[in-house]
Design a protein around this ligand. Structure first.
Ligand SMILES: [Zn+2]
Length: 274
């Protein structure tokens, strides 16, 4: 099997389910063909852990710095200062994960909007791209992004699970789209095949969202329900099938897009050729 260069743009490796074997997980990812993993920061604590992991694996791991809408109440003045400081680190390649989640509603909606607004401002200030989360909050989310106007930096709607028309609205706003193993879910991800066909390659990126969203099409079925970056190959396979291209083509195109989006500086000759 040819090893193709893959970039996982969203893995929650700070999650405690990886405490026992984080380095082994990263070693397996390399063996599977991953050339880079962007570790998601979703709270002040997990942002610090993501940065530490990036420092331990220079060139292979980067971090994002943000507060997930579930933790919106955490984002007071002190946390905001911590995020600001984290964003100055060279290992931090994006602001987020931030956004709105009205599906779980773990935090009151006004607090979610306030936390999102502060992080949008941080992205404008620093010029770092945005790693965005949205669930069941499409209208408010879109309105808040539109309010930022032309100062909005590059942004990716991570773990996109929405409809074709939602994808079209995001693309019109200049957003990138992140696709997870949701597309491998025959119960709720079928519509994403049509979505990934219409997203241009220069706006499309792949992610596992590990430890969540283990691709349901993996064969044989892993004993553990925990997802990890090496399974990005399965997301790539599903996206490639939907786009009627080879997994190699999909891997190269999405990795090139991710390298450019996050400014990863990946010196990979494979990334240059189509
Ligand atoms: Zn998310």
């Amino acid at each position: 099997m040819t090893v193709v260069p893959l970039v996982d743009i969203g893995a929650n490796l700070a999650h405690d389910s990886f405490d026992v074997d984080r380095d082994a997980v990263l070693a397996r990812a390399r063996r599977a063909g991953l050339v880079h993993v962007v570790v998601t920061g979703s709270s002040v604590a997990s942002t610090a852990a993501a940065i530490a992991l990036a420092r331990a694996h220079p060139g292979f791991v980067s971090a994002t710095a943000g507060v997930h809408p579930h933790h919106a109440l955490e984002l007071g003045a002190e946390a905001l200062e911590a995020l600001s400081a984290a964003l100055a680190a060279p290992e931090v390649v994006a602001v987020g994960e931030c956004g709105l989640d009205y599906f779980r509603d773990y935090s009151p909606r006004p607090a979610q909007r306030a936390a999102f607004e502060r992080q949008l401002a941080l992205a404008v200030e620093t010029g770092k791209p945005l790693f965005l989360h949205q669930r069941d909050a499409h209208e408010d989310f879109l309105a808040m992004l539109r309010d930022v106007g032309p100062r909005l930096p590059r942004a990716v709607a991570h773990c996109f699970t929405g409809s074709r028309s939602e994808a079209e609205q995001y693309l019109a706003l200049g957003l990138h789209v992140g696709i997870t193993g949701w597309i491998c879910d025959e119960r709720r991800g079928q519509h994403l095949a049509e979505v990934v066909r219409m997203v241009p390659a220069e706006r499309l990126m792949l992610e596992t969202d590990a430890p969540y969203l283990l691709p349901r099409t993996l064969k044989p079925r892993p004993a553990s329900r925990r997802n990890e970056p090496m399974h990005l190959t399965e997301v790539c396979r599903a996206v490639a099938a939907a786009r009627a291209e080879s997994p190699e083509q999909t891997a190269r195109a999405t990795s090139r897009t991710a390298a450019r989006f996050f400014g990863l500086g990946l010196a990979l000759p494979e990334l240059e050729t189509a």
